[in-house]
Write a protein that binds this ligand. Structure first.
Ligand code: T3D
Length: 263
């Protein structure tokens, strides 16, 4: 696919995806959503890609739905927002959570609405000190989508999730870090260097093991302890059959650095 609204580059095993509609703070219309869906499908299929780094061009990360692209018609028929959510956002959130490779998000500026929840769906979130997060849905009469009502209570607890969703207040990068929504904050000028360093390091690690870890963490959000213990046993059995585990064990015994190939 030719990308017009995102940029995609492969460097050191890292697929860097940059949302690229800076004039509207990288808000989503259908075409940009389709391109991001395609890039994530490529990431899943291409063994040369061992980590994904998602960021935004310009002063914003992503302002959620492009509100200018929401169709209204003169007869007063309301737009079918359910269709937008099903076609645009749900496939992206599912793809990120199901991708058996780490997804790092470098939040370079404001992340609002679906843009905030897109960031929170990623595995490791870095944020510039200039970044902020807003569940702006309530400001226009909508509900948090893109996994927000699932992930936020699990990430920050019901009280904070309710406050964020109902009040729609801007959360600074520092506050988001204190609340555990962000792994690390850095100066704006350092964000991409730090994010790339982290993503490139993850891309040299046991990718299959990461994929299995993501499966376990996803399932932990709905399983009880018994089910999760059983799943851990199954997934550990699969991890034990990977070439990377054999390499990790060999290197440990030989007191050498392992060379993981993601197999
Ligand atoms: O189909 C469906 O709608 C269902 C799915 C919903 C998912 C959602 O994400 S709903 C939530 C949609 N997003 C928002 O409500 C956020 C709207 N934007 C803002 O509240 C503010 O722009 C920000 C708080 C994010 C940033 O404020 P600020 O002051 O830093 O920037 P700005 O001046 O408001 O925006 C800069 C430009 O981007 C501006 O255009 P202009 O005036 O320079 O030509 C603004 O109109 C444009 N822009 C920002 N956000 C959006 C947008 N254009 C279209 N859609 C946007 N979401």
């Amino acid at each position: 696919m030719d990308y017009r609204h995102i940029r995609v580059e492969l460097t050191d095993g890292v697929q860097v995806i940059t949302l690229n509609r800076p004039e509207v703070l990288n808000s989503f219309h259908l075409a940009m959503a389709r391109e991001l869906q395609d890039a994530l499908a490529v990431a899943a299929a291409d063994d040369a890609i061992r980590a994904v780094l998602l960021t935004g061009e310009g002063r914003g990360f992503c302002a959620g739905q492009d509100l200018a692209a929401v169709e209204t018609d003169e007869s007063g028929t309301p737009p079918d927002l359910g269709q937008t959510v099903r076609n645009q956002y749900n496939p992206i959130i599912r793809a990120i959570r199901r991708l058996e490779k780490p997804v790092i998000c470098a939040v370079n500026g404001v992340a609002a609405g679906a843009g905030a929840n897109l960031a929170f769906a990623c595995d490791v979130v870095l944020a510039s000190t200039a970044a902020s997060f807003i569940q702006s849905f309530s400001r226009i009469g909508l509900i948090p989508d893109s996994g927000g009502t699932f992930l936020l209570p699990r990430l920050v607890g019901l009280g904070r999730a309710s406050g964020l969703a109902l009040l729609g207040d801007k959360l600074s990068a520092g506050q988001a870090r204190e609340w555990g929504l962000v792994w690390e904050t850095c100066e704006p000028a350092d964000l991409m260097t730090r994010a790339m360093e982290l993503a490139a390091a993850l891309a040299t690690q046991p990718t299959r093991g990461f994929g299995l870890t993501k499966q376990a963490l996803n399932a932990s959000m709905v399983n009880d302890l018994d089910a999760q213990l059983d799943l851990e046993a199954d997934l550990q059995a699969a991890a034990g059959r990977t070439e990377d585990f054999a390499e990790g064990l060999r290197a440990f015994k030989a007191k050498q650095q392992p060379v993981f190939r993601g197999r």
